[in-house]
Write a protein that binds this ligand. Structure first.
Ligand SMILES: NC(=O)c1ccc[n+]([C@@H]2O[C@H](COP(=O)([O-])OP(=O)(O)OC[C@H]3O[C@@H](n4cnc5c(N)ncnc54)[C@H](O)[C@@H]3O)[C@@H](O)[C@H]2O)c1
Length: 443
């Protein structure tokens, strides 16, 4: 990614364009959107009815995946920007033969009794309210990652889902991909030996530039887009797609990709989906590559985390340099110097001399969206269930809290809380919501 913004902007243009076919529109996402085969019919009364909150981006990619399943029907779409709904309205109408109902306020959509579950595809500043209001309204959910904007939100979301006994899958689809499943199983089996050092990384080249406020276009409820975040004047280049580089709305690269790659380390170092949590987190970072850029999230960051039981260190790194490796990945080093490396598309194991060792491929699991649909019916918890992903998301927030605080942050898993004061005053821990929005607290 030479100029980071180009990837994001390209995706925005592609996904926002109503002229493009659905498969093309989602080409920049990890999975093809076009159904591979004609779907078999399931009687409407036997189908699971979905509503989508947040169109045009990953939420619509999730919807496309789910609509490949004949048991799924989409009844309603919600977005605060009319322009972002055009392509999705066309897609749902074409695929299902029925125009979906459209909403600008998700709370109205949640009042509908016929909607069983929702997809949360909004920016991070909205996830907590969208999800908690949905489970309060009796809905299950497919929620995009990172689950929250801060630690207090993540805790409350996990408790709300447990309280209402809902089935929530999080969009960390790497948990369902063969290379990651195999690598995790290999580490868990003990074949690599005792792991002492782990790494997760992702290159960041996302420069947003410097832009000026503009009049809000007709059809865009910008005040609702800002929602519980601090109000900022409307700058189009900092909204759709690019909000992730502003800590007021997103969590920078640590929440965007760190949540995927750190998740693989935590999952491999656990026995099940209850993950180990670090006791000490020290980060350095800031806007070192482009100090004059308007983004507020660090463009360079290294976070070192100490885990006990099991005893290991995790290093998360993001920035211009990716250590001469793939642009993103995760790595496990054993006490005798063997290394397992996994990235999107493959994995390998080497001994201390660099010789490649034989791998064992795990039995593939069903796809991420199918796993959620199966769990909606069985009422089991899905592979990326919310309680588990609250843990990974909180690890990302701890890494950011340490950068923002400029201090080592300490964490106690038994309380799921920061110990002491360091990091607690940062927006990665919590922030006041803009009125009239209020975070429902479940404990
Ligand atoms: N799992 C993955 O691989 C993956 C990939 C990309 C993005 N994501 C995640 O998906 C989420 C969305 O990211 P994106 O890049 O698609 O963002 P985006 O900005 O492209 O799309 C978000 C949409 O939500 C709408 N929106 C904002 N507030 C709303 C509200 N209150 N009600 C209804 N609609 C609202 C926006 O208008 C916009 O159309 C983020 O959490 C992101 O981290 C996940």
């Amino acid at each position: 990614m030479e100029n980071g913004i180009s990837e994001i902007s390209r995706r925005r243009v592609l996904t926002g364009s109503a002229q493009l076919g659905a498969g093309m529109a989602l080409g920049a996402y990890p999975f093809s959107a076009a159904p591979a085969m004609p779907v078999k019919r399931v009687a409407p009364n036997d189908r699971i009815t979905l509503g989508l909150i947040g169109c045009g981006g990953m939420g619509s990619s999730d919807m496309h995946q789910l609509m490949q399943n004949p048991e799924i029907q989409v009844a309603a779409l919600c977005d605060v920007d009319d322009a972002r709904m055009v392509g999705d309205i066309e897609f749902v109408t074409r695929e299902s033969g029925k125009k979906p109902d459209i909403y600008k306020d998700y709370r109205k959509m949640l009042e509908r009794k016929d909607i069983d579950a929702i997809i949360v595809g909004t920016p991070d500043n909205w996830h907590a309210l969208n999800l908690i209001h949905a489970v309060e309204a009796g809905k299950d959910a497919y929620c995009e990652k990172p689950i929250s904007h801060d630690i207090v939100e993540a805790r409350s979301m996990a408790n709300a889902v447990k309280h209402y006994n809902k089935v929530v899958q999080v969009g960390t689809w790497q948990r369902s991909k063969p290379e990651f499943v195999s690598a995790i199983e290999y580490i868990r089996s003990g074949k690599l030996g005792k792991i002492v050092t782990t790494r997760a990384w992702r290159t960041d080249g996302s420069r947003v530039g410097n832009h000026k406020p503009q009049p809000v276009p007709a059809g865009f409820d910008y005040d609702m887009w800002v929602g519980p975040a601090t109000f900022k004047p409307y700058i189009p280049e900092y909204t759709h797609g690019n909000w992730r580089w502003f800590l007021n709305f997103g969590c920078g690269m640590t929440g965007d990709w760190g949540v995927h790659m750190i998740d693989i380390v935590l999952l491999a170092m656990s026995k099940d989906t209850d993950l180990p949590m670090p006791t000490e987190i020290s980060s350095v970072g800031g806007k070192l590559a482009w100090p004059d850029d308007d983004r507020t999230a660090p463009d360079t960051q290294i976070s070192i985390m100490r885990f006990k039981n099991p005893d290991f260190i995790l290093q998360w790194e993001t920035g211009r340099d990716h250590m001469n490796k793939d642009g993103s990945g995760a790595e496990f080093v054993s006490e005798d110097g063997k290394v397992l490396t996994v990235w999107r598309g493959g994995w390998r194991v080497r001994d201390a001399e660099g010789n490649e060792l034989p791998k064992v491929e795990a039995t593939p699991v069903n796809d991420h969206w199918r796993n959620w649909v199966d769990c909606l019916k069985s009422r089991e918890q899905p592979r990326s269930n919310l309680a588990s992903m609250a843990q990974t998301t909180i690890v990302c927030h701890l890494a950011n809290a340490s950068v923002l605080a400029g201090e080592t942050v300490r964490f106690d898993k038994s309380k799921m809380d920061i110990v002491g004061r360091a990091g607690k005053h940062t927006s990665s821990y919590h922030r006041e919501y803009r009125k009239p929005w209020k975070l429902p607290i479940y404990s």
